[in-house]
Design a protein around this ligand. Structure first.
Ligand code: PRX
Length: 642
């Protein structure tokens, strides 16, 4: 039996929603959606109010997703302009560099001015409404500025995480045909410089579409600027006007593309639009974090991931929050870094990833205990299942048994939070994502699609559209439909497994498809496989996830070398380096297992179930192996497991 932490009395009394409030709002969101969303969309400033709530269908015949489609608004104006009168001098961003001595404070008025100058610069470089701008920046305020500048003029941003390699960056630039790239001379992580501009230069050797690169000077490293193509932001800024009227956008105009990994093929450009996404980010940020004006909020995610989009940039800024933005890593200069930042800025709400918590937990409690942390009142977790041990450590050691923990389940595709306990409403069960957000209808189904009721375990689907849902895969609407709506007809399939207990709490159990979650970073096994087979010495590769104490999952690669290639530690190292170069350090394989052959069915299909079991070192029950073309392959793999 798991422990239950009841709702603290002071939370029930003062939170935006208590238990009864949650039940009533949830009911209204489903039974009276028009009235419910009328209220929730009133958080935003609309230029033209919407009259059409939604026209969404998950069925093939009339497939499509639309929310508030005749309304118009501008996202940047919602995040900035409307705060100026009341909160112009309130700090929007408390930035701390990788080096603790580097700090910047930016008010809403200053952020507004920066965004206007940036937007005018993008325009001068040729950006127009509907065109794509790729952003490859470290965690510096200019990342938020660049995103909001795109939103201001109606350009579609595509942020690429700074840890991706030049090859991965090039693929993402090409897929959406960006003409402009925004980058920095470099980024800093744990005292080391990441050569962002050099990576862009290498990527652009493959991308002819790009005709302008805007470079933020950050680390001061020397970079080469290509004549006519590359421009320093600080030089542009000096001459750019701070007056930039915001473009009137339709609620269904695209806001951004964010590439994410799936079971098959190349990463997909997940497309989010304007009105529904912003409503969803604003509403969830408000209820989940119970944010109050004047509080300090900190989401430790990178803007390169969806969490950074919704809970560093759009959610907090649309709600007028004061937030910490941190460039560095949790263990530099030492393992107290997160909690030192909490104390320095008197952070009230902290939102982080289980992988960081597990890594810090291992270093011992003293690193936490020697900091004060009395400002904290709420903690959050995101990106992967949090194991009860890490949850209890977070609760006991970090939060001093005082701060509720919101374990928020969601996906790049869902825009923002979909299931979570609300801190004033729900008793907490360590490891449970608890209950659906307003407007979300989860359903568990078995492998054949039969709906499972009551306490059960199955595959997690969502049966109705919600405003923050992705609208398409960039350039491939058919792939959008095929990927998410055909496994279980008429339902959005999340790819996650899930349990529902007798109290109705939902527990995410992890991916049931060929997606793995490494340190909270989503990775398609197919991507790592195609990187491996692109190496001249590799004949075949199969990649699966393996349990990993810190990362949650590690990458386990079975590799068959070409005939005549001898297995060696050198090749092993070479392959690891190769994958890092092809995709980025986040895809570094943890294990390379040389396999003379892979277990295949007679029709040639690799039996991944068996490979997963061997990677997990759980070979006692491999299940039915009678359909294998050569069952002996399995014995060899077990015998050669390191
Ligand atoms: O498997 C789920 C896991 O992360 C996947 C989504 O990854 P991504 O699109 O990169 O978005 C991450 C940030 C929201 C999901 O399919 N996941 C995310 N949050 C949780 C989670 N698994 C369990 N518990 C969570 N709180």
């Amino acid at each position: 039996m798991s422990t239950i932490h009841p709702v603290p009395a002071e939370w029930a009394a003062r939170a935006y929603v208590d238990a009864a409030g949650y039940a009533e709002k949830y009911r209204r969101s489903i039974e009276e959606p028009e009235a419910f969303w009328r209220e929730e969309t009133a958080r935003l400033d609309w230029i033209k109010p919407w009259t059409r709530l939604s026209k969404s269908s998950f069925d093939e015949a009339d497939f499509g997703i639309e929310w508030f489609s005749d309304g118009t608004l501008n996202v940047a104006a919602n995040c900035l302009d409307r705060h100026l009168a009341e909160r112009g001098d309130t700090v929007a961003i408390l930035w701390e560099g990788d080096d603790p001595s580097q700090q910047r404070r930016i008010t809403y008025r200053e952020l507004h001015e920066e965004v206007c100058r940036f937007a005018n610069t993008l325009r001068r470089l040729g950006a127009k409404k509907g065109e794509r701008v790729t952003i490859y920046l470290p965690m510096i305020p200019e990342a938020a500025v660049a995103m909001l500048a795109c939103a201001r003029i109606g350009a579609i941003h595509s942020v690429v995480f700074g840890g991706f390699s030049p090859e991965a960056l090039a693929g993402r630039i090409q897929d959406c045909d960006s003409k402009i790239v925004v980058t920095a001379d470099g980024g800093m992580r744990g005292g080391k410089t990441v050569p962002l501009k050099a990576n862009v230069d290498e990527a652009l050797n493959h991308c002819t579409s790009v005709n302008a690169v805007l470079v933020v000077r950050h680390v001061g490293s020397s970079v080469t600027l290509a004549e006519g193509r590359d421009h320093w932001w600080h030089e542009e800024r000096a001459v750019a006007s701070a007056d930039c009227p915001a473009e009137e956008m339709s609620a269904e105009d695209p806001l951004f593309i964010l590439y994410t990994s799936g079971s098959t093929g190349k990463p997909k450009g997940v497309l989010h639009t304007t009105g529904g996404y912003l409503t969803w980010a604003a509403m969830t940020h408000h209820y989940v974090f119970d944010y109050r004006p004047g509080e300090v909020y900190w989401c430790a995610a990178d803007v390169g991931w969806v969490t950074g989009h919704s809970y560093v940039v759009y959610g907090p800024l649309v709600n007028g929050a004061t937030q910490v933005m941190f460039e560095g890593v949790p263990n530099y200069p030492d393992h107290s870094r997160f909690w030192q930042i909490v104390d320095r800025y008197q952070v009230n709400i902290f939102y982080g990833a289980p992988t960081a918590l597990r890594a810090l937990m291992r270093e011992g409690d003293e690193w936490v205990k020697k900091t004060d942390r009395s400002s904290l009142r709420l903690l959050g977790s995101v990106g992967e299942p949090i194991n009860p041990e890490a949850w209890e450590w977070y609760w006991r050691v970090v939060g001093d048994e005082r701060c509720p923990i919101v374990d928020t389940w969601w996906q790049t595709e869902t825009g923002a939070c979909m299931m979570t306990p609300l801190p004033g409403a729900h008793a907490l069960k360590p490891g449970a994502a608890a209950f659906p957000m307003f407007g979300v209808v989860p359903q568990l189904v078995d492998g054949d699609g039969a709906v499972l009721e009551g306490a059960t375990e199955g595959n997690l689907c969502i049966t109705q559209s919600w405003p923050g849902q992705m609208r398409t895969v960039w350039g491939d609407h058919e792939r959008f439909f095929q990927t998410y709506f055909t496994t279980y007809r008429g339902k959005y399939f999340t790819g996650d497994g899930c349990k529902r207990d007798a109290d109705g709490y939902y527990w995410i159990t992890g991916r049931v498809d060929d997606v793995i979650n490494v340190s909270g970073h989503r990775m398609g096994t197919a991507e790592v496989e195609s990187a491996l087979v692109a190496h001249a010495k590799v004949a075949e590769a199969a990649v699966v996830g393996m349990p990993h104490e810190i990362k949650g999952q590690g990458i386990y690669a079975y590799v068959t070398l070409n005939a005549g290639e001898a297995e060696s530690d050198e090749i092993r190292k070479e392959l690891v380096q190769w994958v890092r170069r092809e995709i980025g350090p986040i895809a570094t394989p943890d294990v390379i297992h040389f396999a003379p052959a892979l277990p295949k069915t007679r029709s040639g299909k690799i039996m991944r179930r068996i490979l997963r079991k061997i990677a997990e070192n759980d070979t006692s029950n491999l299940g039915d192996t009678s359909t294998l073309a050569d069952p002996g392959v399995v014995d060899t793999l077990i015998a050669t497991r390191g």
